[in-house]
Design a protein. Structure first.
Length: 237
């Protein structure tokens, strides 16, 4: 399995880092060398990070805890939404709302408001509002849906955040550290690995790279969920 995964990682360009002039010296242990002024990431380190993350995520799922996927950069948005939905976990793919972790009660209230707006728009009462008010409510709904839809299943503080590019998602990382939430992240050569609990060194700009890494982690979550469901079914019989 390892040799197959290494080939997949290389084919996806996971080993391509940033230009050497943009590197973070703390990433030195994860760098194999440089080619044409581009840092080359050690795929063995990527593999090690993936296996550690997979093992931890399966423990989290087995304990019944939540995993929150976070990736708001253009290349990651669709992947984060698709893979998190596939494994039944909450996600943030548009914008990290300040206080998502540190002020969780406020996020819960916003989710309640989103549910209220949906019910209102589906009711006969909505047609009784003026055109201006309908337009205002629709705008509010679209904005809230875009930012909060992925958090509907986040009914408690997650055990772990899975992040694409912690430099881009610095606010999410800061909140996770403050709340003692474990972080797993795909980190490129310009990132600070000291801020992440379980770093996975790799290209965080390539769509293929992001899809492979996040897909692998999401699959590990789904596999563990399926095993637990299978055991529950056997026990019920």
């Amino acid at each position: 399995m390892s040799s197959l995964l290494v080939k997949d990682l290389i084919d996806a360009g996971v080993h391509y880092g940033h230009r050497a002039c943009r590197w973070n010296p703390k990433m030195r242990p994860y760098i194999y060398g440089r080619h044409n002024q581009i840092h080359v990431i050690n795929v063995r380190e990527t593999l090690r990070g993936l296996f550690r993350a997979r093992k931890y995520l399966q423990q989290v799922v087995a304990a019944g805890s939540l995993v929150l996927f976070v990736g708001t950069k253009r290349q990651a948005t669709e992947i984060i939404e698709r893979q998190a939905t596939m494994c039944g976990m909450p996600f943030v793919s548009e914008r990290w709302l300040g206080g998502t972790l540190t002020n969780f009660r406020t996020v819960t209230k916003r989710l309640e408001r989103l549910t209220e707006l949906e019910a209102l728009r589906a009711s006969d009462e909505f047609a009784q509002y003026s055109k201006k008010m309908q337009s205002s409510l629709n705008r509010e709904y679209r904005k809230m849906y875009r930012n909060l839809n992925g958090l509907r299943t986040l009914n408690r503080i997650p055990e772990v955040l899975v992040i694409v590019d912690p430099k881009k998602e610095k606010n999410a990382v800061a909140e996770a550290r403050k709340m003692n939430v474990t972080t797993i992240a795909l980190i490129d050569t310009n990132c600070d690995p000291d801020l992440i609990d379980l770093p996975i060194p790799g290209n965080d700009d390539s769509i293929r790279s992001i899809d492979l890494i996040i897909g692998y982690l999401a699959d590990s979550i789904k596999e563990e969920k399926d095993q637990l469901e299978g055991k529950s079914s056997e026990a019920a019989e």
